[in-house]
Design a protein around this ligand. Structure first.
Ligand code: 5GP
Ligand code: ZN
Length: 116
């Protein structure tokens, strides 16, 4: 999968519309098209990184930025105190369907454990 063909790279470039909730030079956050809960946001790096398997040493700050933004958005959107779930699925056994890393930020209902 190249950046040219990647669904989430197309969303970052604006070639596919999305419901954006945050953007800076490093990351982009938008609402999931098929929400699993009342609030379901995907936070992605603008750099095409296929999965957690593909993080390089130089990406460590970038992934700190992603987790930091999850924390800030949870407060800004008003669900930090009730709680929420952050998930990153990796490849087949993880259930990853889009091969551009994304952190799911899911909130607004009681979650269960273990996940399916
Ligand atoms: P994964 O299964 O890879 O962890 O998560 C991929 C997520 O991307 C799914 O929750 C799916 O609903 C979402 N998704 C797939 N295509 C699109 C799209 O075109 N737009 C948006 N906003 N979300 C999408
Ligand atoms: Zn991509």
């Amino acid at each position: 999968m190249t950046e040219k063909d990647c669904l989430f790279c197309k969303i970052i470039r604006g070639e596919i519309p999305s419901d954006k909730v945050y953007e800076n030079d490093l990351i982009y956050a938008f609402r999931d098209i098929a929400p699993a809960a009342p609030e379901h946001i995907l936070i992605i790096p603008k750099k095409h990184i296929a999965s957690l398997n593909d993080i390089e040493t130089e990406d460590k700050m970038l992934f700190g930025e992603i987790m930091y933004r999850a924390s800030v958005l949870a407060k800004e959107l008003g669900f930090s105190e009730q709680g929420y779930r952050t998930v990153a699925n990796t490849l087949d056994h993880g259930g990853q369907t889009v091969h551009h890393f994304h952190l799911h930020l899911i909130a607004g209902r009681q979650m269960t454990w273990p996940p399916g």
